[in-house]
Design a protein around this ligand. Structure first.
Ligand SMILES: Cc1ncc(COP(=O)(O)O)c(C=O)c1O
Length: 400
């Protein structure tokens, strides 16, 4: 797809597709946002916290410290500020890459395309290496591409939420390091649910958003930046072409929350702090293990239904699962599941809207709740006649 295709705003779901369920008891199995824990919801309902005063300053410092904990970032700089995951993507590009520099974006789905577009928008000579058909990015292909041109940065999606492809991030970052190229990792659909150790990974920028595996409300972006990348930004010949998305401007605020750049979404940050505290109480390694289980449970169900995964074997994420269904069935599955069982899942993006289902299984979700919801989903699939057998019969008929 070309850039103008990707510039369109698209509808993930319309009013008409919404089932009749009450949101209060709906299980969100969409790929973000997730259900919020009681603790997080209570925090959000509290009195307005001003962004000046010791209560905010200490809350903010604690939030940044907790962000370091979930990224395993002791060596680099840590940022937390208001904005969605896209602000994480765009601030990485605009802060690190100067106009005219050559960059490479690895693409396994919609969010890779968005990253490429952001590089184009900000004037990079933006090359891409695309892996289609549910394939993960291949370190050998990256190595040979890095030999062909002098790149200043490579952009990698940890898990592309559209295809649910999990990339071998460590190997890819290693190739970048060997070639002396900066590596930026979009870990929006991974951090908190999938193993990531910023200090040992060696990437230059890794970012995520509050509303996915961290189980906070949407509205905060968390970015880890290596000392090397901070130096690169400091030494740029041309200034960073953004006010709000300029990481150098945010640095003093991270060091001292009394500094003002823009009014933070204080409730969102308070809620994020609570969600991060819950992650720490669980223990990040335990959280990764729980997500591994959630991934296994989901994959076993999809296999049981006889459906085909979008992502190739060995590269299926433990945070989101995408699978193909018979053309035209994705809408009815989504709608019936929501209205009859109060479980919300997502459909594919763009052309895949009617033939792909995406299940988000992250955050504070427990295996038992997931098993129950997938049981309901199995019933819906059966009710609607969506099964591998049905698909095979339909194909045979269409060939006649
Ligand atoms: C992998 C990935 N990157 C970036 C984004 C953009 O985040 P946001 O929608 O919060 O701007 C998303 C959102 O789903 C995502 O899944």
């Amino acid at each position: 797809m070309n850039i103008s295709d990707r510039e369109r705003v698209f509808t993930l779901r319309g009013e008409d597709e919404r089932g009749a369920s009450d949101l209060d008891d709906t299980l969100l199995l969409i790929p973000g946002p997730t259900n919020l824990s009681k603790r997080v919801r209570e925090v959000m309902a509290g009195p307005q916290l001003p962004h000046v005063g010791s209560e905010f300053y200490s809350m903010f410092r604690e939030t940044v410290g907790l962000a370091r904990y979930v990224f395993k970032n002791e060596k680099g700089d840590q940022f937390v500020f208001t904005g969605s995951g896209t602000i994480g993507m765009e601030s990485s590009v605009v802060s690190l890459v100067s106009r005219g520099e050559r960059t490479l974006t690895l693409i396994n789905g919609y969010f890779g395309h968005r990253m490429l577009m952001l590089n184009q928008v900000h004037g990079a000579k933006a090359d891409k290496l695309e892996f289609t058909g549910g394939k993960a990015a291949d370190p050998d292909s990256l190595r040979s591409q890095l030999r062909k041109a002098k790149y200043s940065a490579v952009f990698i999606t940890h898990v592309d939420t559209s295809s649910s492809v999990l990339n071998p991030v460590r190997e890819l970052v290693e190739e970048c390091a060997k070639a002396g190229v900066a590596a930026v990792v979009d870990s929006v659909c991974a951090i908190g649910g999938l193993p990531l150790d910023f200090d040992s990974l060696g990437a230059d920028i890794v970012f995520t958003a509050s509303q996915k595996a961290l189980a906070g409300p949407p509205g905060a972006v968390l970015v880890a930046v290596s000392k090397r990348a901070m130096e690169k930004m400091e030494k740029r010949k041309s200034p960073i072409e953004s006010y709000y998305m300029n990481l150098l401007r945010w640095k003093p605020v991270m060091d001292d929350p009394k500094m003002y750049l823009a009014t933070p979404a204080t409730q969102v940050l308070q809620a994020l702090r609570e969600a991060l505290l819950e992650a720490k109480e669980e223990g990040i390694e335990n959280r990764w293990a729980r997500h591994r289980k959630l991934g296994e449970i989901t994959r076993a169900s999809v296999e049981g239904w006889g459906q085909r995964f979008v992502a190739e074997e060995g590269h299926r994420a433990d945070t989101v699962t995408s699978f193909w269904v018979e053309e035209g069935k994705a809408g009815p599955i989504q709608k019936t599941l929501e209205s009859e069982h109060h479980v919300m899942v997502s459909r594919g993006i763009y052309d895949d809207k009617d033939r792909m289902i995406r299940i988000g299984h992250f955050g504070t979700l427990q295996p038992e709740a997931l098993r129950k919801a997938l049981g309901s989903m199995g019933e819906v699939m059966e009710e609607l006649g969506v099964s591998a057998h049905q698909v095979a019969v339909a194909k045979r008929r269409s060939r006649r």
